[in-house]
Design a protein around this ligand. Structure first.
Ligand SMILES: Cc1cc2nc3c(=O)[nH]c(=O)nc-3n(C[C@H](O)[C@H](O)[C@H](O)COP(=O)(O)OP(=O)(O)OC[C@H]3O[C@@H](n4cnc5c(N)ncnc54)[C@H](O)[C@@H]3O)c2cc1C
Length: 269
């Protein structure tokens, strides 16, 4: 299970986890300038539990001759009986991208990829007075799944950081959720952006931060830390009302990211 950064156990889909399975690429398309959608299907779909949307695969990418297959986490954005969509943020184009994006950029129908999991979706619990949600483009798929599933009378604020205006996606959400988009052409370079935007939106809202509040945040490591400080320390959200997760780390590959998360967890207690 993906480590929940010193927070509560969120409401999770209770899907059983199948053994790693080989999925077949059905299609690849550019969803927005910096997001690729890979649709996966094949015989593995028969073993995938229903309602895994928002959960995450542990995808195993080609090892490039180094012997150990690199594994990266990717969210299931949509699930149909015979296929799933996985949306990849494109980064490092023209330079070092990383095995996940290198694979996704050239994936073609018929290619196979092994997927472990899926790990459980980190769902927003029902019955809260307000939801405070924040994330960057890597969390956009998980946030979209969550927003789409909120009851129609849900209220709150969601801030999502994307690279360009054309990366903004239509996401179905309740009228009472104030959905705000932030632009940052250089992901990872402005770790305070999301937390500042959320703080400002809460300050400007009539209800402010009152009532039963649930906070949900996932983003780059330093950005996650800033969001955690805001939601936990300033808003006073306890473990039962907060999910915060680091999805990647600026300047670090997966090993570096994992090490930073371990050190952070030890410090944060
Ligand atoms: C539970 C979970 C769910 C996730 N879901 C998604 C998802 O649905 N879609 C998605 O795109 N990502 C998602 N991520 C994040 C994704 O796993 C990481 O971005 C991953 O590091 C990408 O792997 P890579 O092989 O391309 O790059 P890596 O080899 O891990 O890193 C290589 C270099 O690229 C940089 N880098 C990595 N990711 C980004 C980025 N997004 N923007 C800019 N630079 C980056 C690193 O800092 C490093 O310098 C999720 C992560 C978690 C933990």
């Amino acid at each position: 299970m993906e480590k929940n950064e010193k927070t509560s156990t969120p409401v999770e889909a209770r899907a059983p986890r199948p053994a790693p399975a080989a999925y077949t690429v059905l299609s690849r398309k550019r969803l927005t300038p910096n997001m690729l959608r890979i649709t996966l299907g094949g015989t593995a779909m028969a073993k995938l539990a229903p309602d895994c949307e928002g959960g995450y695969f542990k995808l195993r990418f080609p090892d490039g001759g180094e012997g150990k297959a690199p594994v990266r986490s990717y969210t299931i954005r949509h699930q149909r009986p015979d296929s799933v969509d996985v949306d990849f943020v494109v980064h490092g184009e023209g330079g070092h991208a990383g095995p996940a994006v290198e694979w996704a950029s050239v994936a073609a129908p018929g290619d196979e990829i092994e997927a472990g999991g899926p790990g459980p979706a980190k769902r927003l619990p029902e019955g809260m007075d307000r939801y405070l949600i924040a994330g960057d483009m890597t969390a956009l798929p998980a946030i979209a799944v969550n927003l789409e599933r909120l009851p129609a009378d849900a209220r709150g604020i969601a801030v999502i950081e994307v690279q360009t205006e054309d990366d903004i996606q239509p996401i179905a959400h309740p009228d009472g959720i104030d959905l705000r988009w932030l632009l940052n052409p250089h992901p990872g370079t402005r770790p305070d952006l999301l937390a500042e935007a959320l703080r400002e939106a809460v300050g400007a809202s009539a209800a402010g931060g009152s009532g039963k509040i649930y906070g949900w945040a996932a983003s780059e490591f330093a950005s996650m830390q800033a969001l955690r400080t805001y939601l936990r320390d300033e808003c006073g959200l306890d473990r039962d009302h907060l999910y915060v997760s680091s999805y990647w780390k600026y300047g670090a590959d997966d090993d570096g990211h994992r090490a930073a998360k371990q050190a952070d967890a030890a410090l944060a207690g």
